[in-house]
Design a binder for this molecule. Structure first.
Ligand SMILES: NC(=O)c1ccc[n+]([C@@H]2O[C@H](COP(=O)([O-])OP(=O)(O)OC[C@H]3O[C@@H](n4cnc5c(N)ncnc54)[C@H](OP(=O)(O)O)[C@@H]3O)[C@@H](O)[C@H]2O)c1
Length: 332
């Protein structure tokens, strides 16, 4: 089938007040950070990014911190000859990189301006569609940050801007100074904290919400038994260790009959259900290979019945073992 025909069929969502039209699944490029994920094949990553576009995924998420610019460069290479007006590229700034490899927070006007130029160059584009503050910087006055973002937007270097890893109070404070339209929090069925305050706030304000780690860094994909060990950052992550890891993996397996009933893989069932939350516009999926992007694209447009949605929540909350689940399937 021609890529154009496939693209027409793919769903698009409006990313809240930003007005951007994007696929509900975004391609996440953190996987190109060797420090976290180990060595990844560059050619496989590029093939996956290009296939994503063919499969209708037009939204790509990166950050200058992913591999200290490496992910942006690879993404730029992959997207170079694709139609620019059909792509939406998000990147983030926060770190001041030092020659010894150490980093410190820096959203000062001169640093953000300099990082923006560097990212544009690596990505090979003239405008960053979605520019995010990667984390909250205590040390830069909020008015200065907002002024910088608005200046970059007025200069045409960024199209929209927002935040990542901000709690609702931090986000509310930023928005008193500037036109922040987008939030990028962590969210999955085993990490539902943002449901308490941030997601309701975003919904009320029509903020574009692009959640990250919807598969809880691979744990919810259904491929792990709980016996695996990891030589990437997950080797030090508490949810990938011992009894907790085993319980979570067993909980995911409880969903297999439901996935079969919907003719979806476990991955697709969890992703489709994650996207059903009305505050969530986009799930950013961490992708390493063409096979993984094909699976992610297969979840777009799928939904499950309300009772199954809550059964998924309950199953994954029970996987936490020590937690009590309330009537909404939320951990307490
Ligand atoms: N703003 C922030 O601070 C922040 C933080 C983290 C992430 N992000 C963004 O969000 C993206 C997604 O986050 P994440 O990487 O944590 O996401 P995730 O989607 O929860 O997990 C991704 C991992 O799942 C596994 N996987 C992916 N597709 C699979 C498939 N079809 N079948 C089986 N396993 C599969 C891969 O690892 P294995 O194959 O090794 O299991 C992959 O690395 C990142 O790439 C990044 O763009 C942003």
């Amino acid at each position: 089938m021609e890529p154009e025909i496939v693209r027409e069929k793919m769903e698009r969502v409006t990313l809240g007040r930003s007005g951007l039209s994007v696929s509900p699944v975004a391609f996440g490029t953190w996987q190109l950070s060797r420090r976290f994920w180990g060595e990844q094949s560059k050619s496989e990553a590029i093939s996956a990014m290009r296939l994503a576009f063919e499969l209708g995924i037009n939204f790509f998420d990166t950050a200058d911190a992913y591999g200290d610019g490496y992910a942006e460069s690879v993404l730029g290479e992959a997207l170079r000859d694709l139609p620019r007006d059909e792509l939406v590229v998000a990147t983030k700034f926060f770190n001041h990189f030092q020659p010894d490899g150490l980093r410190y927070p820096d959203l000062s006007p001169s640093h953000v301006t300099e990082r923006c130029e560097a990212s544009l160059k690596r990505l090979g584009i003239e405008t960053i569609d979605v520019c995010l503050l990667h984390f909250y910087d205590q040390m830069t006055p909020l008015a200065d940050i907002a002024m910088t973002m608005e200046k970059l937007r007025d200069q045409g270097k960024i199209r929209t801007f927002g935040v990542s890893n901000h709690n609702v109070e931090q986000f509310r404070a930023q928005r008193r100074f500037g036109d922040y339209d987008i939030s990028q929090p962590a969210y999955s069925f085993v990490d539902t904290e943002v449901e308490n305050a941030l997601l309701p706030y975003c919904q009320a304000e029509n903020i574009g919400v692009m959640v990250y780690s919807p598969m809880h860094k691979g744990l919810l994909t259904g491929k792990y038994t709980g016996e695996e060990t990891f030589d990437d950052f997950r080797g030090n992550h508490p949810d990938f260790q011992g009894e907790r890891f085993r319980q979570l993996c067993q909980a995911v397996q409880l969903l297999r009959p439901m996935a079969d009933r919907y003719r979806l893989s476990l991955y697709q069932l969890v992703l489709a259900a994650t996207l059903m939350h009305p505050a969530v516009h986009v799930a950013i999926c961490g992708i390493k290979t063409p096979a993984q992007v094909t699976e992610a694209a297969g979840a777009i447009g799928k939904t499950v019945a309300r009772e199954d949605y809550f059964a998924i929540r309950a199953a994954l909350s029970l996987g936490q073992g020590t937690k009590v689940v309330d009537a909404t399937g939320t951990r307490k």
